[in-house]
Structure formats: structure tokens, C-alpha cells
Design a protein around this ligand. Structure first.
Ligand code: AHG
Ligand code: MN
Ligand code: MN
Length: 334
């Protein structure tokens, strides 16, 4: 039978990339296992009394949903034991989580958003886990220090997400294109369903929370208006789409093209999205798929984070659509 499992795919790629080690493949394997566990919990959420909030507010100032906390614990538990990591950064943890000495330590650092789009859980709309994999700088050992973690996105050795949608999908890049796998729940395996995903050069959809209009500056208003008034290559108006879960909005953008935007505004001058656990991994995927990711002025992957939970504006998707925004911002800045 022709089905290619994700494990088979990873082993094939490992052969082709000299820097890929068994440790790295093992890391991905445990990441996939965590994703399967989270997927199972989400599928049954309505039956297990795990919908709704925990009553806590996280380091980002947002209400913690019970499933945010469950997904975070599943990731931390499994990944601390995978043997490939020395430290982890989670959207739900204020500080860096160092792998404790009772567990085998490796050379990689994992940064993740355990559950993205969690305000959608109670209404049964897509959520996902986003992850970014960095390598510890050469020659460092002992306790991991923060400067080893604060690397620009260019240094990522792998990134991806697991989308818990109508089907659970893994979308992954280890620097050799972007590949999508769909979970076959019967056999419990991710099978290659979307080999070599490419973002169209220009799309026909734009995605932004237009409710923030009154907080936007002139440049942002003009950028959003450009999509509201311009024509697509087919000579039709752009369509508006906004799920409110970055991972789902990005997944659509990856497949159909177009643009997802979270601009800065008067209340959030650096935007809302987190550079290390949201923007960087998706920017890595976008570039690997032939698209573009910008903060409005320059490449997301070149930004050097000043802290673990640094935020950034994000414009991501088709090259031509992202360039249209950059031109408008450049003109306003001049
Ligand atoms: P999270 O659920 O991990 O906190 O992320 C929520 C983010 C992102 O998923 C989404 O695109 C964005 O918040 C939506 O924000 P608005 O409700 O401000 O549009
Ligand atoms: Mn998120
Ligand atoms: Mn989250």
C-alpha cells in the first residue's frame, strides 16, 4: 500500500540531511505523540467537563482555558522525557523550563504554544499546537542560559503545527519544504497527505480582525483598505476570512494563498502575537512554502527576540500580498 507514515517520511529525510540525527527524529516522534494525546482530549472535551476557563490568567494576561493547561502539561511531561531537549519555552509558562537532571538531556530547545486559538474551544472551532525547534549554540553545556534561547527565527532547525480541525493534521518543515500529514484515527498514525505544500504567489483572501479599526494608525488602515478595494488575479474582489485562531487562519493561507495580518494598534503597539512561539514557526513554514512573513518592514525570521515572550506584528502569506502591505508601510514611514 502507498501510504507513507510520518515516521517513514522522517527517516527518509534524516538520510538526506547530514545534520539530522537520531536525536532530532526522536524529538519529532515524541512531539507527534504529544499531539495525538492532545487531539484525543480535544475530541472528547465536551464529554469530560474540560471546557471553559480555569479561572487563572497566564503570563500573557489572558484567561487560561482548561484545555490550555491540559495541553501544556501533556507537552511538558512528554517532551521533558524525550532525551533530545535541554530546555523548553511555553506560551503558558512565564520562565524557561529547563530539563531536570533526572532526565537525559539533549542539544535542542523547543518553544511552543500548546493550544493556539483556545478562545474557540467552547464553540468547537479549530485549535492547534504550534512549535519551533532551535539547536543549542555549539560548545555550550551545563544549565541553559536565556541568551542561548533568544535566537532569531532564521536559526530554527524545524517548525510546524498540529491542527485539531475536522481532521487532525501535522504540518511540518525541517528545512526541506513543507509537508502535511493527516491523522488516520483508526490506525493512530499521521499519513502523508499534502507533500511539498506551496503558497500561491498571490491569493484571493485576506484575514484580519477588522474590529480593531479604531485603534489602527493611517498606514494600517490603508493596508487593510487595499485588500478591501483591490482585485485578485482573477479580476474579483478579495474575500475576507477570520477564524480568530492563528493556526487555522495560517493553514488556510498556506493552502489557498492570501494574507493573514495581526498589525500593531494603539492598545497593542507590538501587535498581539508572540514572536518565538507563534510568528517564527509559521514564518519558517511560509518561507519554506515559497511565501513571505514580515513585521510590516522586514523579515520576521531576522528579528532578534529580546525576551521569551516578545511580541511582533505579523503579515504572512503570499509574496505579492505581503509585499503590498510592506510598500504601504514604507511609504508612510518615509
Ligand atoms: P492563544 O489562544 O494561543 O492565546 O492565541 C490567540 C491568538 C491567535 O490565535 C489569534 O489569531 C489571535 O489571538 C486572535 O486575536 P483577536 O481575538 O484579537 O483577533
Ligand atoms: Mn496562540
Ligand atoms: Mn495558546
Amino acid at each position: 500500500m502507498a501510504d507513507i507514515t510520518v515516521t517513514e517520511h522522517l527517516l527518509l529525510h534524516q538520510k538526506r540531511t547530514p545534520q539530522a540525527t537520531g536525536q532530532f527524529t526522536g524529538l519529532l516522534y515524541d512531539l507527534i505523540l504529544s499531539g495525538k494525546s492532545i487531539s484525543r482530549r480535544i475530541n472528547k472535551a465536551g464529554l469530560l467537563d474540560i471546557l471553559g476557563g480555569t479561572g487563572e490568567v497566564n503570563v500573557q494576561g489572558e484567561n487560561v482555558q482548561k484545555l490550555d493547561s491540559i495541553a501544556n502539561r501533556i507537552m511538558l511531561y512528554r517532551m521533558e522525557r524525550c532525551g533530545a531537549l535541554c530546555a523548553m519555552g511555553s506560551e503558558e509558562e512565564a520562565d524557561l523550563v529547563r530539563v531536570r537532571s533526572e532526565f537525559p538531556r539533549g542539544d535542542y530547545i523547543l518553544i511552543f504554544d500548546p493550544l493556539d486559538g483556545s478562545s474557540n474551544i467552547d464553540v468547537n472551532i479549530n485549535v492547534g499546537t504550534i512549535f519551533s525547534i532551535l539547536r543549542r549554540p555549539e560548545g555550550r553545556s551545563g544549565e541553559v542560559s536565556m541568551d542561548e534561547v533568544l535566537q532569531p527565527g532564521l536559526k530554527q532547525v524545524g517548525a510546524g503545527y498540529i491542527l485539531y480541525g475536522p481532521a487532525t493534521m501535522l504540518v511540518l518543515s525541517t528545512g526541506q519544504g513543507v509537508h502535511g500529514f493527516t491523522l488516520d484515527p483508526g490506525v493512530g498514525e499521521f499519513l502523508l497527505s499534502h507533500p511539498d505544500m506551496r503558497i500561491p504567489e498571490q491569493g484571493h483572501m485576506y484575514s484580519v480582525n477588522g474590529g480593531n479599526w479604531k485603534y489602527w494608525d493611517e498606514a494600517t488602515r490603508e493596508a487593510v483598505s487595499w485588500f478591501r478595494t483591490s482585485e485578485t488575479p482573477a479580476g474579483k474582489p478579495y474575500s475576507a476570512r477570520y477564524v480568530g485562531a492563528l493556526v487555522a487562519d495560517f493553514h488556510r493561507t498556506l493552502i489557498y494563498g492570501g494574507i493573514y495580518m495581526y498589525p500593531p494598534d494603539a492598545k497593542k503597539p507590538n501587535g498581539k502575537l508572540r514572536l518565538m512561539c507563534e510568528a517564527n514557526p509559521l514564518a519558517f513554514l511560509a518561507e519554506q512554502a515559497g511565501g513571505k512573513a514580515s513585521d510590516g518592514y522586514g523579515r520576521i525570521l531576522e528579528r532578534v527576540p529580546d525576551k521569551l515572550h516578545a511580541r511582533t506584528p505579523l503579515f504572512i502569506g503570499s509574496v505579492k500580498d505581503v509585499e503590498a502591505v510592506e510598500k504601504i508601510y514604507a511609504r508612510h514611514r518615509a
